[in-house]
Design a protein around this ligand. Structure first.
Ligand SMILES: [Zn+2]
Length: 355
């Protein structure tokens, strides 16, 4: 890292934010039906000292809120005098969806996270994406994009990253999540486009839509701080390494278990999301309780995503299971025995630590 010797520079979008300056702005990315401007809240903290520029983005899916709180906290926490580099916080990327509290842009349900890098004379999503990408993202060196599970599901705190890219790996690891799901990402997603443009980017998945889950938000704020430390943006701050890592490499190591029958779902696993081969994960019964289908673990693994809505149709995803090697399984079991396993207990049928 050469950040400690680089000269501080202004951050440029349409305007400039000088070294030593922290600015909150509302940036126009489109118009609503009334012809009023649609503006996204942005905070730019340009350090007094030179260094890399990192972006943080939340609510590209409008109902995924945990990241909004993480970005608010980071934007408030740091001052230019302590930074060697620049933090660009896009608090709410998908404002129309956020206002409607739904995942997609309300107009024709367009997915903003399949519209990057965007185009000027295209549909609504691509125009918004173009503004955001060309003004802010393309002027950054690395980035973190915060998501949660989609509605009616929840997800374990984890990172998604293209670990085959050697510039992404230190970013993914220094965030400090126990689980990293490997993959290049969907085409035209912010992560895959930025990464292929030479701006290493990770996605953080955390908990549920439509909630603030304080325990997960705290972990993510620590994760950001750890990344800032790793890249010298916050020199002298320690990087937080997790106790164990599980990195999935191949598709054969992860599987969505799906319902084969319609009915009422009862989750049986827990309180920890570690399941052993052949253990019962859930049962699906008909309304008369005359038929019961038991869903068991095809291999020993970690449940990283799970259905919350208790009714299922054939083909419905029930849970996302990641295969564990013996060594990682032993480490997790040791943590559980010592009472050190971090969160993710099942309370009253819920999954996650949102209290
Ligand atoms: Zn999302």
């Amino acid at each position: 890292m050469e950040s400690d010797i680089s000269e501080p520079e202004p951050f440029q979008y349409d305007a400039e934010v000088d070294p030593g300056e922290k600015r909150h702005i509302r940036y126009e990315v489109g118009e609503n039906y009334l012809g009023d401007s649609v503006e996204i809240p942005v905070t730019i903290i340009n350090g007094t000292h030179g260094g890399p520029t990192i972006f943080l983005t939340a609510a590209i899916h409008g109902d995924e809120l945990n990241g909004v709180k993480v970005v608010q906290e980071i934007a408030d926490r740091y001052q230019p005098s302590e930074l060697h580099g620049t933090i660009v916080c896009l608090h709410v990327v998908n404002v129309p969806a956020y206002q409607a509290q739904q995942r997609y842009i309300p107009i024709y349900d367009q997915d903003l996270n399949r519209a990057f890098p965007g185009r000027e004379r295209s549909n609504t999503a691509e125009r918004m994406a173009h503004q955001i990408y060309s003004r802010f993202i393309s002027n950054c060196d690395l980035g973190i994009d915060f998501h949660t599970s989609t509605r009616n599901r929840t997800t374990m705190f984890h990172v998604r990253a293209d670990l085959e890219n050697e510039d992404v790996e230190p970013l993914a690891r220094s965030f400090g999540a126990n689980v990293i799901l490997y993959g290049a990402g969907e085409s035209k997603s912010l992560r895959s486009v930025a990464t292929s443009d030479g701006i290493p980017t990770i996605t953080v998945e955390m908990g549920r839509a439509q909630r603030f889950q304080p325990a997960l938000i705290d972990k993510a704020v620590n994760g950001v701080e750890s990344v800032l430390a790793q890249y010298g943006i916050l020199p002298g701050t320690p990087v937080h390494w997790p106790g164990w890592y599980k990195v999935t490499a191949a598709d054969s190591e992860k599987r969505w278990l799906r319902a084969e029958t319609g009915g009422l779902v009862e989750m049986e696993w827990g309180p920890y999301p570690l399941v052993h081969e052949d253990e019962t994960i859930c049962t699906i019964t008909d309304h008369f309780k005359t038929e019961e289908h038991v869903v068991t673990a095809p291999f020993t693994g970690l449940i990283v995503g799970v259905l919350e809505n208790p009714v299922a149709l054939p083909g419905h995803p029930l849970c996302h299971l990641v295969r564990l090697d013996t060594e990682t399984r032993d480490e997790i079991e040791r943590e559980i025995r010592r009472g050190e396993f971090d969160g993710y207990r099942m309370h009253n049928g819920d999954y996650g630590t949102d209290d």
